[in-house]
Design a binder for this molecule. Structure first.
Ligand SMILES: [Zn+2]
Length: 319
C-alpha cells in the first residue's frame, strides 16, 4: 500500500505544529552546501550544525544504558506524532533532518538494531514510500540508537549515489529471471547492488550476502549500511549494501586536525552532513576518498565473499 498521502499529511502537520521540527527544516532549507567531484561520482557536503547530536552521540554500552531512548514512545515529546505502519513499526518525522523530507521508521518496541530479520520489512517499506530512499545503519556503523531497531528514509534525488549507480561498472555475482546481485567498486566504496522484480529475490540475495560477510568479534551482525528504493517506472527493487570495516575515522574528534564525522548510509550514498563549519571547509575530494578507503571494506578483503557467492549460489534451492 502506498503511504505517500498519509506521510505528506504527517510532514505538513508536524512542521506546522512541532516547533523543533519546524525550525530545523526551515534551517535545512537555507543550509550551505558544496559539491565535490570525484571522477564519475559526486559528493554533496551539507553544513548542518543540528547533526552534532548524531555525529557526537555516545554509543558505548554504558552511555546507552544511562540515556533515555529517543525512539521509545514514553521518552518522545508529546508533539512528535506517528503513523503506524503494519503491526510492528511507526513512521515519524526526523526532527534533525539531512533531507527536505526525512523520516524515522522505528519498531514499536525497544529491540536491538539488526538487519537480517528485517530485510523484507525494508523492501516493503521502500514500496510503501515510493518517493523516498529507505536506509539502514548497523549498530556499529552509524546508528545513533543501536539498541532500538529502526530504518530512516530521505526524499529521493538528494543523495547522489542512487542516480549514479546505473552507470557504474558492475561485476555480476548471481543473475536470475527475477533480478541480479552485483559488486561495484566506486572510488573505494565497495558495495553490493541488488536489483530485482520481486521482493523474495531481493530478500534471498541480501540474506545470503549477510551470511557471507564477516561478523566482527563481539558483534551480532556484519557491519553494514544499506539503501533501498522502489523504482516506480521500471517496477524494480534496488537494495545497496555497503560492508564497513570501521565506524568513525582515526581523525574523529573536535579541534584542529580532527573531523567530527560518524559516517553512515547517507554518507556512503554521497551526501555528507557536516556539523562543524571548519570540517565543512576542510573536506576535499582527496579527504573524502581517504575516508571511504579507511571506513569501507576493500575489494581485496571482500574477495572471499565475492568468490563464495559466485561458487555456492548454484547450490541453493531454487526460489
Ligand atoms: Zn527504545
Amino acid at each position: 500500500m502506498d503511504y505517500s498521502r498519509t506521510i505528506d499529511r504527517l510532514i505538513t502537520r508536524q512542521l506546522r505544529d512541532w516547533d523543533v521540527a519546524g525550525a530545523n527544516y526551515a534551517a535545512l532549507a537555507d543550509a550551505v552546501t558544496r559539491s565535490l567531484s570525484l571522477g564519475e561520482s559526486t559528493v554533496t557536503l551539507q553544513f548542518n550544525p543540528e547533526r552534532r547530536i548524531s555525529s557526537a552521540a555516545a554509543i558505548d554500552k554504558e552511555s546507552l544504558a544511562r540515556r533515555k531512548c529517543f525512539l521509545c514512545r514514553e521518552h518522545q515529546p508529546a508533539k512528535q506524532k506517528a503513523v503506524l505502519w503494519g503491526e510492528r513499526y511507526k513512521i515519524q518525522v526526523n526532527p534533525y533532518p539531512i533531507f527536505s523530507r526525512h523520516l524515522t521508521i522505528a519498531d514499536l518496541h525497544h529491540a536491538p538494531q539488526r538487519l537480517s530479520g528485517r530485510v523484507g520489512d525494508m523492501l516493503q517499506l521502500a514500496n510503501a514510500l515510493p518517493d523516498f530512499v529507505v536506509f539502514y545503519n548497523g549498530p556499529q556503523c552509524g546508528a545513533s540508537a543501536p539498541d532500538h531497531a529502526h530504518f530512516q528514509a530521505g526524499a529521493k534525488g538528494e543523495m547522489p549515489l542512487p542516480d549514479e549507480l546505473g552507470h557504474a561498472t558492475t561485476h555480476l555475482l548471481a543473475d536470475g529471471d527475477e533480478g541480479f546481485i552485483g559488486f561495484v567498486d566506486m572510488l573505494g566504496r565497495s558495495l553490493f547492488t541488488i536489483e530485482t522484480s520481486t521482493q523474495r529475490a531481493a530478500e534471498r540475495y541480501a540474506l545470503r550476502l549477510l551470511e557471507l560477510l564477516p561478523v566482527p568479534a563481539g558483534a551480532e551482525e556484519p557491519m553494514v549500511n544499506a539503501l533501498c528504493w522502489w523504482d516506480t517506472t521500471d517496477r524494480l527493487w534496488h537494495l545497496v549494501v555497503f560492508p564497513r570495516c570501521k565506524h568513525r575515522p582515526a581523525c574523529y574528534g573536535e579541534g584542529e586536525g580532527h573531523l567530527l564525522l560518524s559516517p553512515g548510509a547517507v554518507d556512503m550514498g554521497g551526501l555528507w552532513a557536516v556539523p562543524e563549519f571548519e570540517d565543512f571547509n576542510a573536506l576535499s575530494p582527496e579527504l573524502i576518498l581517504a575516508l571511504y578507503g579507511e571506513l569501507c571494506m576493500s575489494r581485496e578483503n571482500l574477495a572471499p565473499v565475492i568468490t563464495s557467492f559466485t561458487q555456492h549460489w548454484e547450490d541453493l534451492a531454487p526460489i
